[in-house]
Design a protein around this ligand. Structure first.
Ligand code: ADP
Length: 241
């Protein structure tokens, strides 16, 4: 088995700005961004999986887990073979995956989660409005439908939000998603730069640190979180999105 991709997860409700932040971060040397939704949207819609994607996404539902993870891992593998993504120098930034507990478990053998950026948006209606405007601007017909947007939110609240509890609380950093993209980016960088410094040398100099030891620990522990993580646990319990 290949060693696991060192990963930062962008986490948050639909409309929180995961894609926007991921795209910007992906432009910075040493970060590689992959949006699961984008990979799905780029599928040939006449292919088997393309049809499955259309069937589910048009209703605001998640594509079933097995084909999702399979497509994702094949896609990642192809990117490493092609040298587009270089695990030795690039920190992987994922958005849109994992979307439920089962996906988080299935991803364990592929990724080592170093940090989770939780883009928090207390104002649900504002987020829904963002989605509506984006859908119109980008011509995403299904996303513009009120019922599809509401369904996506329901799915997020029921299936995706609980994924946070799967990971150790000290891996999770909350960032207020309500600011401008630049303001949010500043906060995101405060969190991710130290992670990059710890695990990689300067990507531009070409120097790389030896791969992290990836033996016994699987990135998930079930011991009590350290004291400083307590307020994050409390924040999670407030169920803000
Ligand atoms: P975007 O925010 O860029 O529109 P999303 O991440 O919301 O993209 O994905 C769009 C659709 O793609 C989702 O509604 C869902 O049907 C499908 N999808 C994306 N990621 C996943 C995933 N991890 N698991 C299952 N379905 C997914």
């Amino acid at each position: 088995m290949h060693s696991r991709y060192r990963t930062i997860l962008l986490f948050g409700a639909p409309g929180a700005g995961k894609g926007t932040q991921g795209k910007i971060l992906g432009q910075v040397p040493g970060f590689y961004h992959l949006s699961c939704g984008e990979v799905f949207r780029n599928l040939d819609t006449s292919s088997t999986l393309g049809k499955v994607f259309m069937e589910y996404s048009s209703k605001g539902l998640l594509v079933p887990d097995e084909p999702t993870i399979q497509m994702w891992s094949q896609n990642m593998h192809a990117r490493t073979i092609l040298g587009i993504y270089k695990p030795a120098v690039d920190l992987l930034v994922l958005d849109g995956i994992p979307r439920n507990l089962e996906q988080a478990k299935l991803l364990e053998k592929h990724i080592k989660v170093l940090k989770i950026i939780h883009l928090v948006c207390p104002d649900k209606e504002k987020m829904i409005d963002r989605l509506r405007r984006r859908a119109l601007k980008e011509n995403r017909v299904d996303d513009a439908k009120e019922e599809v947007i509401r369904k996506r939110w329901q799915v997020y609240e029921r299936e995706t939000f609980p994924v946070l509890d799967y990971y150790p609380a000290d891996l999770i950093s909350e960032v207020d998603a309500m600011g401008s993209p630049a303001a949010v980016l500043a906060k995101v960088l405060e969190v991710v730069v130290p992670v990059q410094n710890t695990h990689y040398k300067n990507a531009l100099s070409g120097e790389v640190l030896p791969k992290d030891m990836d033996g016994a620990s699987n990135g998930v522990h079930h011991t009590p979180p350290p004291a400083h993580a307590e307020d994050k646990v409390a924040a999670k319990k407030t169920k803000r999105h």
